[in-house]
Design a protein around this ligand. Structure first.
Ligand code: TYD
Ligand code: MG
Length: 453
């Protein structure tokens, strides 16, 4: 626990020190940058217990004994089970299911013998129990604490000798030594520091819930993101039951994997076949839809890109992308205009990736271009064709990585044809899988294969 020494207020921009809080730093003029701190914490680390360097080969490798978390989709995103002594931050909008997934995780960990302390700063213990009953049987080694005072939380976690500590949420706990309100920058940061110390000292895995603001950032300071080992985001379309879990930072695994879940009346259920989720099944093909394939970590995922074009009514044409980088959309539209001759400058263009997925695999470019061209021409694409390739500024197509995996996934889901960038060995793979492959060096040729020009 931090020493109860007198606190100071420090500007996070320039380091100026004040005796009381100020809305604006008088030294550098920054607004809202002055934050409460313990002088003792700022000075800690120097002097006693100083570390000495070691040759790298002599550093002992502790084997990371990970705690199983009971859900394969969750382990996929974490890169395995939970690492003792690690700190994880789970962000997401209110109501998306953060408390639900963590309670499910807590039940699984405690059932496999890892004593768990679930601290709820937002809900009462009976509320949490009711939810736990809804999610399945209770577990003996799961302890609940409805508390906001972090001093007591830390003391209880030490006393109960737990292996996993969940704080729901970091914005609702506070250190009474600090005068600032729960959820303020100073509180969140200091609480994070204390919890990190507890995790490292006791080898406890700590998970923090963090609310996100409207613009998608974690509320409170970004500083938490630097402090923790893993940052997970839980997201999804409010209107559908689909939920996606992704890591934006992971010291113990990759950040490319996504976990796909469905919110049901009995809690979150993992959907281990994501490709079937992001495709729309239709009787008849419609204009403005194209199927692409993105590589999410180790898994290829098929998805549908939808586009709509409509004549611009005033002035500048609108370009809206959801699930896709906005700049990428602008480039693809520019190439469609210049190299293919589509007159899109007088058209508003909207592009959407179904299922709330966010895509940064460039191999989806060609599918985006095909969906836009299909919408503009009001001509549907053939129903059983997957479109794959990155588009260069000169209109050339570049091959997608892991072509064989993507083709296999397409074939598994009954797609008989592929339009893709020219690539060595692709023809052999397609032939082996019994798929028709149309290879193109440039966007124009690819779109003519699809019947769009
Ligand atoms: P919750 O986990 O409380 O969200 P967060 O902690 O991110 O704010 O989830 C709340 C929503 O989930 C709520 O609208 C009800 C729904 N829900 C289910 O559909 N099924 C369930 O089994 C549970 C526990 C919640
Ligand atoms: Mg909650």
């Amino acid at each position: 626990m931090a020493a109860k020494s007198k606190q100071v207020f420090v500007c996070q921009e320039c380091g100026a020190v004040y005796a009381k809080w100020l809305g604006r730093c008088t030294a550098c003029g920054a607004w809202n940058s002055v934050v409460e701190e313990f002088p003792a914490v700022a000075a800690a680390g120097a002097g006693h217990n100083a570390a000495v360097p070691q040759p790298i080969a002599r550093v002992s490798m502790e084997k990371l004994e990970r705690m199983p978390v009971g859900m394969a989709e969750l382990e996929l995103v974490l890169g395995g089970g939970l690492v003792p002594g690690s700190m994880t931050l789970l962000g997401g909008e209110p109501g998306i299911g953060k408390s639900t997934i963590l309670l499910q995780l807590a039940l699984a960990v405690s059932r496999s013998g890892g004593k768990t302390l679930y601290v709820s700063g937002e809900e009462s213990a009976p509320q949490v129990r009711m939810r736990a009953e809804r999610l399945g049987a209770l577990a003996d080694d799961l302890w609940l604490l409805a508390e906001n005072d972090l001093d007591n939380i830390l003391a209880q976690a030490r006393k109960r000798d737990c292996r996993l500590l969940i704080i729901d949420s970091i914005q609702t706990v506070f250190l009474p030594e600090l005068a600032s309100a729960p959820g303020s920058v100073g509180q969140v940061r200091q609480c994070g520091n204390e919890l990190l110390k507890l995790a490292k000292e006791q080898g406890i895995a700590v998970i923090l819930v963090g609310h996100v603001t409207k613009d998608g950032n974690l509320a409170g300071p970004r500083v938490l993101e630097h402090m923790v080992d893993t940052v997970l985001y839980f997201e999804g379309d409010r209107l559908s039951n689909l939920r996606l879990l992704r890591a934006s930072k992971n010291r113990f695994g990759s950040t490319n994997e996504i976990g796909v879940f469905e919110m049901t009346s009995g809690g979150l259920k993992a959907l281990d076949d994501p490709s079937t989720v992001f495709l729309t099944h239709r009787e008849k093909p419609v204009a403005g839809a194209a199927v692409g394939c993105v590589q999410q970590g180790a898994r290829p995922v098929l998805l549908e890109i939808q586009a709509l074009t409509s004549p611009t009514s005033f002035g500048n044409a609108r370009r809206l992308a959801s699930g896709l980088d906005h700049n990428r959309l602008h480039i693809i539209i520019a190439v469609l205009e210049k190299k293919v001759g589509l007159n899109l400058s007088s058209q508003d263009v909207y592009v959407n990736i179904t299922g709330g997925l966010r895509v940064d695999d460039p191999a989806v470019d060609l599918a985006v271009a095909a969906a836009i061209a299909s919408a503009y021409r009001e001509r549907p694409l053939p129903a059983d064709v997957v479109v794959l390739g990155e588009i260069g500024l000169t209109g050339e197509l570049r091959p997608a990585g892991q072509m064989e995996q993507r083709l296999r996934e397409a074939q598994r889901l009954d797609f008989g044809g592929v339009v893709a960038a020219r690539q060595k060995d692709a023809a052999g793979t397609a032939a082996k899988l019994g798929m028709k492959l149309y290879q193109a060096d440039n966007l124009q040729l690819a779109l003519s294969f699809l019947g769009l020009i």
